[in-house]
Design a binder for this molecule. Structure first.
Ligand SMILES: [Zn+2]
Ligand SMILES: [Zn+2]
Length: 325
């Protein structure tokens, strides 16, 4: 998205980018019984979607809006690790994950898109011949049944259109090996056992690298390339989108926090991103309030004094300190 893209006003006179609703809608079908989704499977799916772009049109910044489910909650160290790996592997300038605050999932575009998918299934009987299979205690038969159901689902959804394109379905079959990452059990084990795990050092180095390239707040994770000459990863492949970097400069290199400002919008509405960029006095007020917020977090002892990561609880902060240099 560029600053010159279409900007619109809301009824409070706040400026926003016109939300582009069109775009390819991807659905990944997994059989829950054999392949549960987790932060790593999401990363694999996103990685594979990115491979469908031509090399010169691959996005350099990815931003995710998600709910607070356990496999996409930015507060989780597992999500942090998997997303950090994706940011590295795709050689992205930035990767941002924001999740909806509690009770706000209704604004999530994916929830709205799901309506179209369920509608396409209304009054349809899947033709999978389940009676043919004695599947109750037989995984092999059950796998065949799931696989057939996946084919039927994608057959229906591939003919369903959403935002002027047909839905793109990918089936992850019960026995298929997921790629590029396939080590989630090991990751969980390392994060749980810490220094008692033989691979702890290898993971720890990686986590420490990621920590120096990430900002965390409530409902927000933001990975970005640094500009340090001693950083092999970032030096090897410099930042492509300099415009985005210049804008972020205004906000200490991260997206602005949602902060209500007394003198603006009757202190009832959060200022928009574009208003903060375009209005100097609004930006100054934002920085004053942010400063207060950070000082309070320091007083409440829920901020890491080394990297300024903000936490909701002291227990989470202590877990983080195991890795923060
Ligand atoms: Zn770097
Ligand atoms: Zn820290």
């Amino acid at each position: 998205m560029k600053l010159s893209d279409v900007q619109i006003k809301d009824k409070y006179d706040r400026t926003f980018f016109e939300n582009p609703k069109a775009g390819q809608f991807h659905v990944y079908n997994r059989s829950y019984r054999f392949q549960n989704s987790n932060p790593e499977t999401h990363v694999n799916d996103i990685y594979n979607i990115m491979q469908t772009y031509q090399e010169n049109s691959k996005p350099k910044i990815l931003a995710f809006l998600c709910d607070n489910g356990p496999d996409f909650n930015p507060a989780s160290l597992n999500v942090f690790f998997c997303m950090g790996e994706l940011w590295k592997k795709l050689d992205l300038d930035q990767l941002i994950i924001c999740s909806y605050a509690p009770h706000c999932s209704k604004f999530n575009p994916i929830e709205i898109a799901w309506g179209t998918l369920s509608q396409a299934l209304a009054q349809i009987t899947l033709v999978s011949d389940h009676e043919k299979y004695q599947y109750k205690n037989n995984d092999e038969d059950l796998k065949k049944l799931f696989s057939q159901a996946q084919d039927e689902l994608s057959d229906i959804w591939s003919k369903t259109s959403y935002a002027q394109t047909f839905v793109k379905c990918t089936n992850i079959k019960p026995d298929s090996k997921e790629s590029p990452y396939n080590r989630y059990e090991e990751l969980k084990d390392v994060l749980k056992r810490g220094k008692n795990h033989e691979k702890n050092i290898e993971y720890k180095e990686n986590i420490q690298f990621l920590l120096t390239h990430c900002v965390k707040r409530a409902y927000y994770l933001h990975f970005k390339k640094c500009q340090k000459s001693e950083c092999t990863h970032c030096k090897g492949s410099p930042i492509k989108n300099q415009e985005a970097l210049k804008v972020l400069d205004k906000f200490e290199n991260q997206l602005p926090m949602p902060i209500l400002l007394e003198d603006f919008y009757n202190s009832e509405k959060y200022p928009s991103f574009l208003d903060l960029i375009n209005n100097e006095s609004l930006l100054n007020r934002y920085h004053q309030e942010r400063e207060k917020y950070i000082n309070k977090a320091k007083k409440d002892n829920i901020i890491c004094t080394k990297c300024e990561w903000l936490y909701e609880s002291n227990a989470d902060l202590q877990k983080h300190k195991r890795y923060c240099k």
